[in-house]
Design a protein around this ligand. Structure first.
Ligand code: SF4
Length: 285
């Protein structure tokens, strides 16, 4: 299956990928995507997006369900990847410490993503003294071109989410599990994520945020060292490198399924309560 004919199947796979399902096996007759998609789309379009302050995107296509089996995968959480730092890096030295990690990465060829068409290594962006860090999956096409995380459509939505929390993008820190774009925006392979994790771990240990928000299931999987559905990880606190860690949907998923923005907003409100943040006052019109 190629070209436009493959688009519905690709959307279907990406939808479940965002929900934390990465492995697919087909049994019996193939799924008829066209009919189920039309049904799902009309259902989605008839639903409100509730009260998420960043709920302003177009309606998505939502795939149908199918029988899915997820084999167990052995993972190591960031807590166990390396000993915890014994000292806090003074705020004034964190920018230099981050620059040292960036220089250590260099023109990295440590994993196969170096040879998969990447243009720029996307290190990270934001305040070295941020109280809040967002961790996504990996760069997309826009990020690969600009060398910055979350600068495409999903990045714009993340900016809106940050603003809704009463923060600016410059006040938080943003990074990804892998720093090079996986071809076709596929999920990073374990060897890629595990190889690149050392650098993200270093960034977290330098910034030492009070809270981390894992954006999407791939981020949560590698940060926490567990492979569970996003729904089972959301709504409660986890621990990562001394920080409290919350899990929510990846902005790219929210663009595909805006109904979930209200749920993501609940996740962000949990973080806001923890950090004592208040939403910005409504603008007078
Ligand atoms: S993804 Fe990470 S480990 Fe792999 S080549 Fe890029 S920077 Fe290096």
């Amino acid at each position: 299956m190629q070209g436009e004919a493959a688009a519905p199947l690709r959307a279907w796979v990406e939808y479940f990928r965002d929900l934390g399902v990465h492995d697919f096996y087909r049994f019996g007759e193939p799924v008829t995507l066209a009919a189920s998609e039309a049904e799902s789309c009309s259902a989605i379009e008839s639903m409100a997006e509730d009260e998420a302050p960043f709920a302003d995107q177009a309606s998505p296509k939502q795939p149908s369900s199918n029988t899915i089996f997820v084999p167990p995968v052995h993972l190591i959480s960031f807590n166990d990847l390396a000993p915890m730092p014994t000292a806090v890096i003074p705020p004034a030295e964190r920018e230099t410490a981050l620059r040292a990690i960036h220089e250590q990465i260099g023109d990295c060829t440590r994993c196969p993503l170096a040879y998969a068409g990447r243009h720029k290594i996307v290190f990270g962006d934001g305040s070295p003294t941020a109280r809040l860090m967002f961790v996504g999956e990996g760069p997309g096409a826009d990020e690969d071109a600009q060398g910055l995380p979350f600068v495409g459509k999903a990045g714009q939505l993340l900016n809106n989410m940050i603003a809704a929390m009463g923060l600016t993008r410059a006040e938080v820190y943003i990074a990804n599990i892998v720093k090079c774009r996986p071809p076709g925006n596929r999920v990073p392979e374990p060897v890629e994520a595990n190889t690149c994790s050392q650098f993200l771990l270093g960034q977290i240990d330098v910034v030492q945020p009070e809270a981390i928000v894992a954006l999407g299931s791939t981020s949560a999987t590698y940060l926490l060292g567990v492979k569970q559905s996003l729904s089972s990880l959301r709504g409660r606190w986890h621990r990562c490198r001394g920080a409290k860690l919350a899990v929510t949907y990846h902005p790219a998923f929210l663009l595909r399924d805006p109904r979930q923005k209200a749920e993501a907003w609940k996740d962000l409100q949990m973080v806001m309560r923890e950090l004592g943040l208040t939403p910005p006052a409504p603008k007078n019109t």
